[in-house]
Design a protein around this ligand. Structure first.
Ligand code: PLP
Length: 403
């Protein structure tokens, strides 16, 4: 019998770990050193887990080997609840779900929401797990454009234009991956106004909420939507640099009385996966209530800020390359001027870059950006490594065009 893939996967793709990574691994197996600028994995670039988080995990690991509550450890959920309450978002322990990273919670949230053909408004460019999760759940991701000319702010008119009677939810990624945009309170008010007028569930992915540069500030979308059902996603992978511990949370706020059946569905999905990684949940209280060590990395003199600046400065000196300076997150999303570079297939360009310079980036279309004129690089490597990488990218781009 031939075993073939389910048709449910037909529109599901995740290029960050796609065919380019397979080629990179093939090259590595052949003995080449590849600088991987494809994933936002702080540990791979020497970032450590804050000691107080590690201590709480280690202290509890001996007794954390059993299944736990499907929603999550009560102390962790309580810490999440209190965290949001201090930020003006009303939630409670019954409406906080802990997950194996935000990734699991995003897929659960979409599985529980969508019937075939339902639509979800997702930004373009997006973190592609959102589009993939909508598709896997049978829905259609309808991409609204973020406008590079306006520092990658969401195009509100485009959102309005794309709403249909099948639209169920509006996804906001703030700070944004891949653009690094951080939305103003005014922008968040406008986005929630649209959701209010069209009766949409708000899904706000805020995993980079503490990775902010140049005095940028972050407010949870839910703070502007006490009257709207809002799902806020966040976790330990980025601000606490422990992506491998797979720990995230989903906090539901707004009028839950009208969403009892949806929340019941989330409970079923949470029960089916039994529970999230238990040892890691013991680190959540320390993470949310202690000193926020990420500040040391993003304020002046901090490693993440220095790296962003080093990469940005060199990248924007390459003829034909422009880039909106990111105010948050861990990425640059530069534009390749189509008048200078003739690129029809940006995945091919990224493969060519990999083969020629041994550097792995991700093509813009991998983030559901419609034109082959962007790519993303991660700003996690040490400044010296980033400088070398960007210099080599400049060397590669010099005269690059596709037949
Ligand atoms: N959301 C965004 C915007 C991300 O960039 C990422 C990871 O890069 C995730 C979610 C997934 O995070 P986690 O490690 O918590 O699954």
């Amino acid at each position: 019998m031939q075993v073939i893939q389910s048709t449910k996967l037909a529109n599901v793709c995740y290029e960050i770990r796609g065919p380019v990574l397979e080629e990179a691994m093939r090259l590595e197996a052949a003995g080449h050193r590849i600088l991987k600028l494809n994933t936002g994995n702080p540990a791979a670039f020497g970032f450590e887990c804050p000691p107080e988080i590690l201590e709480d995990i280690l202290r509890n690991v001996g007794s954390a080997h059993g299944y736990g509550d499907a929603k999550g450890l009560l102390a962790a959920r309580r810490a999440v609840m209190m965290h949001y309450q201090t930020l003006g978002v009303e939630t409670d322990v019954e409406h906080v779900f802990m997950g194996n990273g935000v990734s699991e919670l995003i897929t659960m949230a979409m599985q529980g929401l969508l019937d075939d053909g339902d639509e979800v408004l997702v930004p373009a460019p997006d973190y592609p797990l959102w589009t993939a999760s909508v598709s896997l759940a049978g829905g259609t991701a309808v991409h609204y454009r973020c406008d590079e000319e306006s520092d990658w702010m969401p195009d509100l008119a485009d959102i309005e234009r794309k709403i249909t009677d099948r639209t169920k939810a509006l996804v906001v990624i703030n700070p944004n991956n891949p653009t690094g945009a951080v939305y103003s309170d005014e922008m968040l008010r406008s986005l929630t106004d649209i959701a209010r007028r069209h009766n949409l569930l708000v899904c706000s992915d805020e995993i980079y909420d503490k990775i902010l540069y140049d005095g940028a500030t972050h407010t949870p979308t839910a703070a502007f939507a006490p009257d709207l059902l809002t799902l806020t996603f966040n976790g330990m992978s980025k601000a606490y640099r422990v992506a491998g511990y797979r720990s995230g949370w989903l906090a539901i706020s707004g009028p839950k009385a009208h969403a009892q059946s949806y929340i019941e569905g989330l409970n079923i999905l949470a029960n089916m996966r039994l529970c999230a990684n238990m040892p890691a949940q013991h680190g959540v209280v320390a993470a949310l209530t202690g000193r926020q060590t990420i500040q040391d990395l993003v304020l002046p003199g901090g490693r993440l800020l220095e790296q962003r600046d080093a990469a940005y400065d060199l990248l924007t000196q390459i003829p034909g390359v422009t880039c909106v300076k990111p105010k948050g997150a861990l990425y640059l999303f530069p534009r390749l001027d189509p008048k200078v570079f003739k690129i029809k297939d940006d995945r091919q360009m990224i493969l060519d870059l990999l083969r020629q310079e041994r550097i792995m980036c991700v093509q813009g279309t991998g983030f559901n950006w419609p034109e082959p004129d962007h790519f993303r690089i991660v700003t996690l490597p040490a400044a010296e490594d980033l400088k070398e990488a960007v210099t080599r990218i400049g060397h590669f781009l010099d005269g690059y065009s596709q037949p």
